[in-house]
Design a protein around this ligand. Sequence first.
Ligand code: TRP
Length: 331
Amino acid sequence: MSPVSRKIVLSGLRPTGRVHLGNYWGAVKNWVDLQADYDCRYFVADLHALTTDYADTSTIREATLEAVTDWLAVGLDPEKSVIFVQSRVPQTAELALVFGMITPLGWLERVPTYKEQIEQLRERDLGTFGFLGYPVLMTADIALYRAHYVPVGKDQESHLEICREIVRRFNGFYGDVFPEPQALYTATPKVPGLDGRKMSKTYNNAIALSDSAPEVEKKVMSMVTDPGRARRADPGNPDVCNLYPFHVLYSPPEEQKQVDFECRTAARGCVDCKKHLIRNMNAALEPIRQKRAEITAKPGFVKDVLEAGNERARNIASETMEKVSAAMGLL
Ligand code: TRP
């Protein structure tokens, strides 16, 4: 049991299937590290996936299981953290309904990502109640587990701000039930995709944590390096090379210095540099692949972990709903 004085951390990710290096360095690694100092609750936000992908739900179940398999493979520990699925905790919907009662429409319409996303995903009809209510549902996630800290990326900043406002409004009307959640930003390293854009499943430019050694090799060999370095004899510039950020993540500091120096002086070519990186990356990814293979070799293991996590989450959630009903004067 963790000491009661520990603060509560909560975070979720939409189910996007196998975790790629961008997800890992941007979020999941941090989740693993936070387990040392906080009581952590991590979940698959499958209801949030429905806000945009409601018309085709065929991939959600598989994507949920794949993601959790990777979370466990990199060190999320069900003994330390509550790991669960959002939709398996019905109190989420209950609290979202309550928060919906007190959330002015103007707050939701003003969230910058709201109009942006509607524009970007024009082929889908996002003029729905559910999509507008995205931050209300997110507030329910956070408040249900009485989280103090929410590790999120900068893209979630405006959502978290509105969560704080909704919680404040609730506490103002009915008394102090919920802590005001704080964003926990951590420095996240740069992880470009194979083509230099942000690594993303949608761009098809990602390296998955669970890619095999030959897949990693093939992908790294296809990466774009310094576009200004046309010939082997030309000096290169690591600052504009897509490969170099990966050396920063996977090569020890003295090797990084060597890479930097030998690139700028044309002492090494990009092919050798890629081979060097592939060695280091595969060495780091191998234990994760092994852990993943151990997990997938046990049929039902991930589902069992989630069942137990869902149960724990529901217990916390029903305690919270007792407090909510009492504070609001509901019977
Ligand atoms: N909106 C988050 C994302 O897209 C996922 C999410 C849902 C979340 N509920 C949350 C994150 C609560 C933190 C806390 O990544």
